[in-house]
Design a protein around this ligand. Structure first.
Ligand code: ZN
Length: 151
């Protein structure tokens, strides 16, 4: 798959911290309970640490108890790419950023009673959080939406 954002290995090394590089570009998994965004509860958007694309919004984050930030659905279906992952001898579904192809984590169909039944188990280091003061609306989430003039 060709991604809208592509960088060579040198560029990724410059753009990312060593830990981010290991997770995003080499599909490493951060240690559970270590992520800065695990306990983040503010209203806002979670963006890809590799390219800044919007991936999840805070309204879909839930406390799964698994030690990684968990969401029940992506901000848009095409924001993420899902791939079969049979590494480590088990069948899982890998989640990548659809904009730059960076590894984010895995999705599991064990969503603890969430609206979708899914648990997007994400590496905190693969995400950056941007607080949004306004209540979430379609306009807030979709940057391509034409601005509406208020007042
Ligand atoms: Zn990305």
């Amino acid at each position: 798959m060709a991604y809208p954002v592509t960088r060579n290995d040198d560029e990724w090394h410059r753009e990312l911290t060593p830990e981010q590089y290991l997770v995003l570009r080499q599909a490493a998994t951060e240690r559970p309970w270590t992520g800065e965004l695990l306990d983040e509860t503010r209203v806002g958007l979670y963006d890809c640490a590799g390219c800044g694309a919007e991936l999840f919004h805070s309204g879909t984050k839930f406390d799964s108890g698994c030690g990684w930030p968990s969401f029940y659905e992506s901000v848009r279906p095409d924001a993420v790419e899902l791939l079969d992952d049979t590494s480590m001898g088990i069948s899982r579904t890998e989640v990548r950023c659809a904009t730059c192809g960076s590894h984010l984590g895995h999705v599991f169909p064990d969503g603890y009673g969430t609206p979708t039944g899914n648990r997007y188990c994400m590496n905190s280091t693969a995400l950056t959080f941007t607080e949004v003061a306004e209540p979430m609306t379609e306009e807030t989430i979709d940057p391509t939406h034409k601005n509406t003039h208020s007042g």
